[in-house]
Design a protein around this ligand. Structure first.
Ligand code: FRU
Length: 496
């Protein structure tokens, strides 16, 4: 299909129902389709939006273009859950059908206020000359899921930013509302995070200027900023575009990064930190636009888009693209950000069996001859050993997702160079992290048809990635030159 601008921005009611049904069926039938992650019912999914707890349920929305695997006219799609694992599809939530969001209901957040969920999002508007205008809009969702847009924008972009001003996250602190937004400064064309405040969520929003969190240059634009508090410490999560590799190292086209702070001053926008440079939130290939919340149960949760802007994926040929990560629980340990699967994910486990190193076996060791395409594998590999764990592997372990470990040197590498269809190679085919030397390695691996989420050392690192391989490649093989010591458990995982 040739995606002209005109076609990307056709109004939703100009598409016929039959086309949409066909696309939904195509996505349903894809052999790469996810079975226990949120995925688009058709077309393209991108950022998670409005992650929240309201009316005794968890809610998350996602950015979507339902008519193809391209970034076209965006809307919000609603999912609901009682346990952060089983999500039910609630359909389209915010349509780009008003004067202030005519070219896309872009990213935003949600907050439960009294008996409603308040949604705040960016309305993307193009004028006759295709010049972009950005409005920050509000809407109320009642307990029946009925959404009513507030007719006028809550506020317009301040004079000192360009048309790149979007993705509000609403926060509440002592009787006041705050919003932080991704911005591009007009004078310098640099990426910034704007801070706004209001006493009443629907009126008189005031600009408090930019958040002061670093003296380094954060590139030409910051998208999807997020502020959460863990044990009273502020964590600032954001997506800098065009960040210099001299400031902080990353390999994906655009990184999703964070700073752990000491204090955030809501009145001045000062974020104090001793962290020298922003760090990658995920050490894999495909995480962007993550959204975190301080939940009413006192915990902090994070959900990510598994996909990147300006990148194509093999499923594009089937007219659908991307998914959301599983929900991760955030905590701090010895000053480090820890990301773990939520406890309720264990509800999906079935057919568990334990795995042990076998005596006197060198070289190849088959951990599972016929693994399913959706499983969890927990594995602890003893200190001072090295080898390769092949996932989604053929018999000879030549075509596989390779996890190369050296628990003596403390290195861990994920290599997808020989794992089915090659894609996005321009940004490298492997990702490497450093771990403490001479220590055992703890892996908690989640596989879902074309998605791998690898939690390392109890959540000290996460490496998330997509792969597109033949379903016949279903072995799990451990390869090493020496006898390996390890133990673990394998579970098949149920559909959500
Ligand atoms: C990030 C992003 C946001 C924007 C949305 C549009 O992926 O570009 O900045 O609001 O996607 O879909």
């Amino acid at each position: 299909m040739n995606w002209s601008t005109e076609k990307r921005y056709l109004k939703y009611n100009q598409w016929d129902a039959e086309t949409l049904l066909k696309l939904q069926k195509q996505a349903d039938l894809s052999k790469y389709q996810l079975h226990y992650h949120i995925r688009p019912s058709s077309g393209l999914l991108n950022d998670p939006n409005g992650f929240s707890y309201f009316d005794n349920q968890w809610h998350v929305f996602y950015q979507q273009f339902p008519f193809g695997a391209v970034h076209g006219l965006k809307s919000w799609h609603h999912m609901k859950s009682s346990d952060l694992v089983h999500w039910s599809d609630q359909g389209i939530a915010i349509l780009p059908d008003s004067k202030y969001d005519s070219h896309g209901a872009y990213s935003g957040s949600a907050m439960a206020i009294d008996d409603n969920l308040f949604l705040m999002y960016t309305g993307n508007v193009r004028d006759k000359n295709w010049i972009r205008h950005s409005y920050q809009n509000g809407a109320w969702m009642d307990k029946d899921g009925k959404i009513t847009k507030i007719p006028q924008p809550l506020f317009n972009a301040p004079k000192h930013v360009t048309e790149h001003f979007r993705d509000p996250q609403i926060l509440r602190f002592r009787d006041k509302y705050y919003a932080i937004l991704g911005a591009q400064d007009k004078d310098t064309k640099k990426g910034k995070i704007s801070l706004f405040t209001a006493d009443d969520i629907t009126s008189q929003w005031k600009d408090l200027g930019y958040i002061d969190f670093t003296s380094d240059d954060m590139g030409y634009m910051i998208e999807c900023p997020n502020l959460v508090f863990i044990d009273d410490q502020p964590i600032l999560i954001f997506c800098p575009q065009g960040l210099s590799h001299n400031v902080s190292e990353y390999q994906n086209i655009y990184p999703n990064m964070y700073f752990i702070g000491e204090k955030f001053h809501f009145d001045s926008g000062k974020f104090t930190t001793t962290q020298k440079k922003p760090l990658n939130l995920d050490d894999g290939f495909d995480v962007y636009a993550s959204q975190a919340i301080n939940a009413p149960d006192g915990k902090v949760y994070l959900i990510s888009w598994v996909g990147l802007p300006d990148v194509s994926y093999p499923s594009d040929h089937e007219n659908w693209a991307n998914c959301l990560s599983q929900v991760k629980q955030l905590s701090l340990k010895n000053g480090h950000l820890i990301q773990r699967p939520v406890n309720t994910i264990t509800k999906l486990r079935k057919d568990g069996h334990s795995i042990h190193s076998e005596k006197n076996i060198n070289g190849h060791q088959i951990i599972h001859k016929h693994a399913s395409q959706q499983y969890e594998l927990k594995l602890t590999i003893s200190a001072n050993q090295n080898g390769t764990l092949h996932l989604v592997s053929d018999k000879t372990s030549t075509n596989s997702l390779q996890l190369k470990f050296d628990t003596q040197k403390g290195t861990f590498e994920v290599d997808r160079a020989n794992c089915g269809i090659s894609f996005n190679q321009k940004y490298g085919t492997s990702r490497c992290i450093e771990l403490p030397k001479n220590q055992s390695l703890d892996l908690d691996i989640f596989i879902d048809h074309s998605l791998a989420e690898i939690f390392i050392n109890n959540g000290e690192h996460v490496m998330t990635l997509r792969y597109f391989t033949d379903s016949k490649n279903n072995q799990i093989i451990l390869e090493a030159d020496q006898k390996l010591n390890y133990y673990g458990t394998y579970w098949n995982l149920a559909d959500m």
